[in-house]
Design a protein around this ligand. Sequence first.
Ligand SMILES: [Zn+2]
Length: 293
Amino acid sequence: MPELPEVQTIVNDLNKKIAGDTIVDFSSEWPKAIKNVKLPAFKKAIIGAKIKAAHRIGKNIFIDLSNEKTIYIHLKMTGHLLVKYQVSSIKYKAKEKDYFDDRVNQYIRHRWTLKGRNGKIKSMDFSDVRKFAKIVLTDTDKIKEIPEIKALGIDAMSPEFTFKKFNEILEKKKNMPIGLLLMDQSTIAGIGNIYRSEILFEAGILPGRKVASLSGQERIKLYKSIKKIMEKAIKLRGTSDSDYRDTAGAPGGFQKVLRVYRKQGEKCQKCGTIVIRKAIGQRSAFFCPACQK
Ligand SMILES: [Zn+2]
């Protein structure tokens, strides 16, 4: 599932590629994905509106429109957005076309047809193999009232997520294993299965450790590791361990620098000890039993 760095990459791309464009059409072969309105009402609300900007909270994407409406998208397991220029457009890159031929980019369930400020037509296609992704139409000023958004904890990359705040969270969740806490969206939003393992390896902390057992030094190291791994993953445009692709259909780069995630049975890159896989909560955590204490 796309986590904070993948969603941030998509949001950054959308702001570069489609901000200022006008929505001229929308079509869907899977209208069930639109959760709160019927397809005709959804089309009526968005066609003719301009795209103001994209932003995110946790793993949730928001596309604000000029008519005070917002399209809220959750990519779930396999969803991703592809911005395609018409072949005649000078912006169209041959390389992007090759990426669009990739199997994971072929499951187009929804298409927004857009008109750029220069009059050129492009599209934002929503590819989603498993069809779990969802789309919700909302008023821009009511984003925070959406139940799923209301239920979220602090975003891991927001300026409000300071060490002080992190430490307050730790104080409240003393009995939780740290590997579970990092993934708990109602506490800290944005970190999922891939990055919790990478963050804990960076910090040298075992995922099964109880929060109460973390020393002051370890807490500082862990906080810094969250920021460091998130920043590095955003810089590398996310991790494509399966279906995630950016808006050009291209894979991210972080899978090339993963150190423990899905490396079970392989030698730790730091010390040579075999990397272990163990269920923490519902999902597998990956760690080096020697580097992590
Ligand atoms: Zn190691």
